[in-house]
Design a protein around this ligand. Structure first.
Ligand SMILES: [Zn+2]
Length: 327
């Protein structure tokens, strides 16, 4: 069963004013949430999570996959979570909806709830969650490993198709005007993605015997014996693959930049469990494959940190990690 999403949590906590819906005691998301999901506030199911008699208010026609949505959750303290589950005859589904509705009205009237900010934040989270799924952030390690670490840059075919759709989707996004810097960070990512895809597509073939992958064509392999041409193409191949690696590193920076700004402006727990996206660097001289953390430095955090392909090729050796042009 998928867990409650960041957007749902943000909706529930924001609309509930961060206090218990029954006793109004202030609740806090635990500071150590990065390690442990235990929170002082409890995101309680109105219709039970499972369709069994064991789950309080669980026997219900509501589909299981909608039970983790905000509409079926109520924010309570630990004590009241226990009470409502111990007394399902008093705290019925209807009664809990009534309590929640009254509570949300009370929050709006008494706690000076910023409805517009809440709505904007929910919109940002909806965009960011779709983006992180389509960009494959949960599979980032594997993505950079295939694209960078081996001697032939490789990408899963379906990932590449998804990235193409993502690029179009981001291009059409209308963002709330609240956080210009964050809006630009999404656009920054889109520009890097565009150039990564377009450079990759210059020399691409389906992987040998496996249609699930595409890879860079080894275009230096020629039929005729021509040392000069072979050397020239070999250099071009090295240039091509090192540029691709540097673009994959830049894409990783662009990912971390968005996540950082999401945490700073919208939701401080955004992807905190998953942590930073890191990139595989390929095997070093000592034969060990390394992983690096990549981020834009404070002075690189301009309106659009990625300056476009031509400029990037000139400045890529100033980044925190790079392959650079082959020597
Ligand atoms: Zn309470």
């Amino acid at each position: 069963m998928p867990s409650i999403t960041a957007r749902t949590r943000k909706m529930l906590w924001g609309r509930s004013g961060g206090v218990c819906s029954i006793c109004k005691k202030p609740l806090f998301e635990d500071e150590t949430m990065a390690d442990d999901l235990s929170v002082l506030g409890q995101e309680c199911h109105i219709v039970g999570e499972e369709n069994t008699a064991k789950s309080p208010r669980g026997l219900h026609s509501m589909p299981l996959d909608t039970r983790k949505l905000c509409g079926n959750l109520i924010l309570l303290c630990r004590d009241y979570h226990k009470i409502i589950d111990d007394q399902p005859n008093k705290y019925t589904v209807d009664e809990l909806h009534r309590i929640k509705g009254e509570h949300i009205t009370w929050v709006r009237q008494t706690l000076g709830y910023d409805e517009e900010k809440q709505e904007d934040d929910e919109t940002y989270l909806a965009i960011a969650e779709k983006w992180s799924a389509m960009a494959g952030l949960d599979d980032w390690d594997n993505f950079t490993y295939l694209a960078i670490a081996g001697d032939t840059p490789t990408v899963k075919t379906d990932r590449m198709q998804e990235l193409e759709l993502l690029q179009e989707w981001l291009f059409k996004r209308v963002y709330p005007s609240r956080h210009e810097e964050l809006n630009n960070a999404f656009e920054n990512y889109r520009r890097v993605l565009h150039d990564f895809r377009s450079v990759f597509s210059r020399h691409v073939v389906p992987s040998d015997g496996n249609s699930k992958y595409i890879e860079t064509k080894k275009f230096y392999k020629i039929d005729e014996w021509n040392q000069e041409l072979y050397d020239k193409l070999g250099r071009e191949y090295d240039e091509h693959t090192s540029l691709l690696a540097d673009l994959a590193f830049e894409l990783t920076r662009a990912v971390n930049y968005i996540c950082d700004l999401m945490r700073a402006h919208v939701y401080r727990y955004f992807r905190i469990h998953e942590g930073l996206s890191v990139a595989h660097t390929g095997t070093w001289m000592d034969g060990v494959d390394r992983v690096v953390r990549l981020a834009y430095s404070p002075n690189e955090r301009t309106e659009f940190p990625y300056p476009g392909l031509a400029k990037f090729m000139a400045i890529r050796c100033e980044r925190d990690f790079f392959y650079g042009p082959p020597k």
